[in-house]
Design a protein. Structure first.
Length: 377
């Protein structure tokens, strides 16, 4: 059964989910590219569909899709509503559209916890687990599973509450404790996150994902040596995972270590154009000729980054296209890379801006801090 199909059948928890959404501001909650209004329309539509009002449900789903065109759950839910209404041709087109959107979405950083590597909306899972918990409140697993859905959905406060409930029911769960650390870090409570992850790593020293999370929390607090020690240890545990190893080496700004992994990923994964961006980043920082593969189809932002690297785009052009804080941090980091060979002071200025505005989870944030530390020594 599809995620949205599950939700069409599990509307008993909609009141709780809607209540939660109302308690959050629009700035506090963003699920992928879906705003709170689109999510609210989606939930109303699924509730109406269950009562038999397919026509209104389809209309609301189309409104949600108009607000958030990449809202794959809403697109798939419309397909199911059309299918059950007898319009199989239109339903098939919606299913295919949802499938393509999910394939095109960029997953989370490959060196992070598997929960944070998920993409898209997780509303269906949240509603389903909330319904399960009505009758299984004393079981740890549904709390853990719903917490994972909340964390993947960008709601660390709600995830934290579920992880704490899990730990009350199962105090020795290292998995729940590690995820609690991730949620605390996402909330900016870095010292508390480190404390939780210290306990995980004391019992499970080779937990690569916990090492990654603790490194991010340390780096957020400016503990550069501690962060790098965690990432170096993680790097040693990632044999056979070139994508994760590449990201860890980039966090360390260790371009020699990153290069072979990036070369492998450019050869083996043509779906993610950032591999080409990061390979060329490493080559630029190592003073080597750029690879000839600098063209990307279907992603104008990545094409802009590549154009800057090739000298075909200006600073003002790139920053003018940086329409999110994350993209601005990426742009500033690449501007620092481009400037480094001719003006070290300008490069440091760009990288300091990355640290000032970037999220600590970004590869560019860690790399910028390491570049700054290296230039100061």
């Amino acid at each position: 059964m599809s995620n949205s199909g599950m939700l069409l059948r599990l509307s008993g928890s909609l009141r709780e989910v809607l209540g939660t959404r109302r308690r959050q501001s629009a700035d506090e909650w963003v699920a992928g590219s879906n705003g709170g209004e689109a999510e609210h329309l989606f939930l109303r539509a699924t509730a109406l569909f269950r009562t038999g009002d397919a026509e209104t449900a389809i209309r609301l789903l189309r409104q949600a899709i108009a607000i958030s065109p990449a809202f794959s759950d809403a697109i798939e839910a419309e397909g199911e509503a059309l299918d059950m209404s007898g319009d199989t041709a239109a339903a098939s087109a919606r299913y295919e559209q949802a499938r393509k959107l999910r394939q095109a979405g960029r997953a989370g950083a490959p060196d992070r916890h598997f929960v944070l590597r998920q993409q898209g909306s997780h509303t269906a899972e949240i509603v389903a687990y909330t319904r399960v918990l009505k009758s299984l409140k004393k079981f740890a697993l549904p709390h853990l599973a719903r917490g994972n859905a909340y964390l993947a959905d960008g709601q660390p406060d709600l995830a934290l509450a579920d992880y704490e409930r899990t730990l009350k029911l199962h105090p020795n769960s290292l998995d729940a404790l590690a995820l609690k650390g991730e949620a605390l870090s996402a909330l900016g409570q870095y010292a508390a996150a480190i404390e939780a992850l210290d306990r995980v790593l004391a019992a499970r020293a080779k937990d690569a994902e916990a090492l990654n999370a603790r490194g991010i929390a340390h780096m957020a607090l400016g503990h550069i040596d501690q962060a790098n020690a965690d990432w170096r240890q993680q790097l040693g545990l990632l044999g056979g995972r070139p994508s994760a190893a590449a990201y860890v080496a980039l966090r360390l700004a260790d371009y020699d270590a990153a290069l072979p992994h990036l070369e492998m990923m450019v050869r083996n994964d043509r779906r993610d154009p950032y591999w080409t961006v990061y390979l060329r980043t490493a080559l630029l920082r190592l003073g080597r000729p750029l690879s000839s593969d600098g063209i990307v189809d279907g992603d104008s932002w990545v094409a802009s980054l590549l154009a800057l690297q090739s000298g075909a785009a200006s600073e003002s052009e790139l920053l003018g296209r940086a329409d999110t804080a994350g993209r601005r941090a990426e742009a500033l980091f690449q501007l620092g890379v481009a400037a480094h060979g001719r003006d070290r002071s300008a490069a440091r200025s760009y990288w300091q801006q990355v640290v000032d505005i970037g999220l600590p989870t970004l590869v560019e944030y860690a790399a910028a801090r390491n570049e700054l530390a290296r230039s100061a020594s």
